[in-house]
Ligand binder design. Structure first.
Ligand SMILES: Cc1cc2nc3c(=O)[nH]c(=O)nc-3n(C[C@H](O)[C@H](O)[C@H](O)COP(=O)(O)OP(=O)(O)OC[C@H]3O[C@@H](n4cnc5c(N)ncnc54)[C@H](O)[C@@H]3O)c2cc1C
Ligand code: SF4
Ligand code: SF4
Ligand code: SF4
Length: 388
């Protein structure tokens, strides 16, 4: 028996473990992947159950979980990254050890899929958050194959994908370094495609490039930026773009993301990365410059050692968990399902995205305040208040 549907994270560890091909991953009406069992091919070996993170969590040896606010000293690398660019520094280190780096990339059709890269040129495909749920595809098996050759592997993803990997592998490996993200949820891949179709129609051209979190409008007020083949550009901040608004208001997440069992401070990865929204410079001279600050949590000794090797290329300021909690509630618990969640989907299904957008487009007070705080005037006023 595979896990209940509402606990299934779509990691595909069950399908990857089944040697008879009895489990196939198929997309539901929202584009999320779920396993389908062909009973005629099943020999009852139980491998799929043993690999399922929806049935039981992997066992991990965790250290104290030291926390730092950190960012890369390389400004251009930080610009291309969603937070402080720490993922790229870790990935470059793994590549310098002739390793493979696994993470989420866009396909040619701008769906999101896990791949691996071996060089710095390939790394750009993995940089930056893509907020539609990524398809793990064949990467668990590719990771196992690399480890069997004693290659260095860095595997990055959402906590549920990292849990699925450990369950699939049946434990840890000295050459494996995992990076999980602070994750409040992953958006519907079907809705993402539908939204891109709408934009392509409106702009009369196919999409050429997508940046989910462009910092041209600042890190605190980041924008979804879409470039079309005809040279036109769409850019809207996260609180005015309808796809990002619906995502950040938790309307478009996978069922398992609500009250997510992988939320909290006991993490799946050796290293956890996120946005350090609650960063306070305190006595340190390093202020928030609105270019992106990473939340970094070192969950295992292996994670501490690996981050230690790149720390010299960062600005890193030690922080406490309490400082990170207000800006990152997923360090405490998963997000609840909005009470009008079904209303959103039925408006969308019956009347289209425009109708759903009109219903949910009005920025709430928190977004308005956040935007005002990070305008040049807002920054100047805050500086004056601090001096007073
Ligand atoms: C779906 C999702 C939800 C998130 N929610 C939060 C949140 O609530 N709070 C918070 O603080 N941070 C969240 N993050 C993490 C944050 O956006 C950054 O990805 C993280 O801080 C790493 O930033 P970076 O600058 O070090 O590297 P970047 O270069 O920005 O990050 C690249 C890394 O993100 C991974 N990645 C990108 N898209 C996906 C995807 N769809 N699925 C799996 N892995 C992916 C890549 O594999 C790579 O490891 C979320 C990320 C994703 C993908
Ligand atoms: S029990 Fe074995 S054969 Fe049956 S679906 Fe699971 S892994 Fe495949
Ligand atoms: S292994 Fe992953 S995809 Fe398969 S049932 Fe469990 S959670 Fe779902
Ligand atoms: S919220 Fe939980 S279930 Fe959803 S993608 Fe993130 S870790 Fe996976």
């Amino acid at each position: 028996m595979l896990c209940k549907k509402e606990l299934c994270v779509g990691c595909g560890a069950c399908a990857a473990s089944c040697e008879t091909g009895a489990v196939r991953m198929e997309r539901n009406e929202m584009g999320f992947l779920y396993p389908h069992l062909d009973k005629a091919l099943c020999v009852g070996c139980g491998a799929c159950e043993r690999a399922c993170p929806g049935l039981s969590m992997p066992e991990r040896d965790r250290a104290d979980g030291k926390i730092v606010a950190s960012w890369s000293m390389d400004l251009s690398l930080r610009e291309k990254s969603s937070s402080g660019g720490i993922f790229s520094l870790l990935a470059e280190k793994a590549i310098s050890e002739h390793g493979r780096v696994f993470g989420a990339a866009f396909t040619d059709a701008f769906a999101v899929k896990h791949i691996y890269v071996r060089d710095r040129d390939g790394l750009s495909k993995l940089q930056g958050s893509k907020y539609a749920q990524s398809d793990v595809g064949a990467t668990y098996a590719e990771c196992r194959e690399a480890l069997s050759h004693k290659e260095r592997v860095l595997f990055s993803g959402t906590p549920c994908q990292i849990a699925g990997l450990y369950k699939y592998l049946g434990g840890d490996d000295p050459n494996l370094l995992t990076v999980d993200l602070l994750c409040h949820g992953a958006a519907s891949p079907g809705l993402w495609r539908y939204y891109l179709d709408l934009l392509e129609k409106k702009y009369g051209s196919k999409v050429q490039k997508v940046t989910f979190k462009s910092k041209k409008t600042g890190w605190h007020c980041a924008s979804l930026e879409v470039t079309f083949r005809n040279g036109k550009k769409y850019r809207r901040t996260k609180d005015t773009d309808p796809f990002m608004r619906a995502f950040l208001k938790n309307y478009t997440l996978r069922a398992s993301c609500y009250d997510c069992r992988f939320a909290g401070s006991e993490r799946q990865g050796d290293i956890t990365l996120g946005d350090f929204w609650g960063y306070r410079a305190g006595a340190s001279p390093y202020k928030d410059d609105d270019r992106g600050i990473s939340f970094v949590m070192l969950n295992t000794e292996k994670g501490e050692r690996f981050f230690g090797a790149v720390r010299g290329r960062t600005v890193s300021v030690p922080q406490r968990l309490e400082d990170a909690l207000p800006g990152n509630l997923c360090l405490k618990k998963g997000v609840p399902k909005p009470p009008d969640h079904m209303d959103f989907w039925s408006t969308l299904g019956n009347d289209g995205f425009d109708a759903a957008r009109k219903k949910y487009r009005r920025p709430d007070k928190r977004f308005i305040l956040n935007r005002l705080l990070w305008t040049p005037l807002g920054i100047a006023i805050r500086r004056l208040l601090k001096k007073a």
